[in-house]
Ligand binder design. Structure first.
Ligand SMILES: NC(=O)c1ccc[n+]([C@@H]2O[C@H](COP(=O)([O-])OP(=O)(O)OC[C@H]3O[C@@H](n4cnc5c(N)ncnc54)[C@H](O)[C@@H]3O)[C@@H](O)[C@H]2O)c1
Ligand SMILES: [Mg+2]
Ligand SMILES: [Zn+2]
Length: 276
């Protein structure tokens, strides 16, 4: 784990440090970047929903300004988290991924879901607390599985209508209450492409802040059945030979890693490293 970005509970009553400004998976950015001097930002009197101490970047304290609306700031613009993933170094992206998840959670837990009272940030841990009825909420994480299904030299890849043109990827989906991740893998593969698999093997995991998934990555061997794409969810799904692959997902994604790892093992090449 890199040392450039470390999450920590920082007290927002302390002065100084850097701050990122977040609203709905977008960050404020100017020619100097996405980190602003915090005391300078405070003088702008932005429509602040919450301020959170996030941690340290290169040893400097970093805070989050979570806004109600994407306010106009002269000389600055708003940019989406996905664009930062393509542009900034992995440590800064991990900081922004953490910030977006904390900001989304704070903005969605302003009121208690049980009694409707305003919630408060709890001192000493990352939690929102209802003083009226005692309900407590921690940052939301959604366990999701992602799986590469293979048949010898062939990879089963699919595309969702949301993907960039020509891009095919591995299959993914959210774990449902009561099922194991392995059961989720078999169910999602059957639902999305109609094929059966042998028991999946766990490979690696990745936090994925779009919006709050924890991706659990697997490999599974094909066991039987013909491809039948799930209407609406899956635009197309096919077997691709390792010598003739389509456009693949972003290098930073575990989807890409699962594919590259299989290719490396099959072709006797050095194994890739999972980013983040
Ligand atoms: N890092 C990667 O390589 C990678 C690759 C693919 C998908 N993903 C992520 O995996 C997750 C699932 O991917 P998907 O699009 O295939 O999902 P999916 O097709 O199984 O489901 C999407 C649908 O699930 C429902 N849903 C949304 N949030 C949910 C939640 N928290 N719990 C249960 N159901 C929910 C909605 O109806 C949504 O349309 C997403 O967060 C996606 O961004 C990551
Ligand atoms: Mg899916
Ligand atoms: Zn309450």
């Amino acid at each position: 784990m890199s040392l450039r970005w470390q999450a920590a509970l920082l007290d927002p009553s302390l002065a100084g440090g850097w701050a990122v400004v977040h609203c709905r998976q977008q960050f404020l950015v100017d020619d100097s970047g996405v980190l602003f001097p915090r005391d300078w930002l405070k003088r702008l009197e932005l429509p602040l929903l919450s301020e959170q101490g996030l941690g340290h970047f290169d040893g400097e304290p970093v805070f989050l300004f979570e806004l109600d609306v994407p306010a106009d700031v002269p000389g600055a613009r708003w940019q989406g988290l996905r664009q930062f993933m393509q542009q900034v170094d992995p440590d800064l992206f991990r900081l922004l991924g953490y910030a977006t998840q904390i900001g989304t959670w704070v903005s969605q837990h302003r009121f208690c879901g049980s009694c409707g009272s305003p919630m408060q940030a709890r001192a000493g841990e990352r939690a929102m607390y209802c003083p009226a009825c005692g309900v407590q909420h921690y940052p939301r994480l959604s366990p999701s599985m992602i799986v590469l299904v293979t048949r010898g030299d062939e990879l089963l890849l699919a595309r969702s209508p949301r993907f960039a043109p020509g891009v095919y990827s591995t299959l993914a989906g959210y774990v449902e209450p009561g099922e194991s991740v392995e059961q989720c893998v078999a169910r999602e593969v059957r639902e999305e492409v109609g094929v059966d698999i042998h028991p999946p093997q766990y490979i690696a995991s990745q936090g994925w802040p779009f919006p709050h998934s924890l991706m659990l990555g697997f490999h599974a061997e094909y066991a039987g059945g013909e491809i039948v794409p799930q209407p609406e969810e899956i635009e197309d799904a096919r077997w691709f030979h390792i010598d003739n692959l389509p456009a693949l997902p972003a290098r930073q994604s575990i989807a890409r890693y699962l594919i590259e790892l299989y290719l490396a093992r099959r072709l006797g090449r050095p194994e890739p490293v999972l980013p983040g």
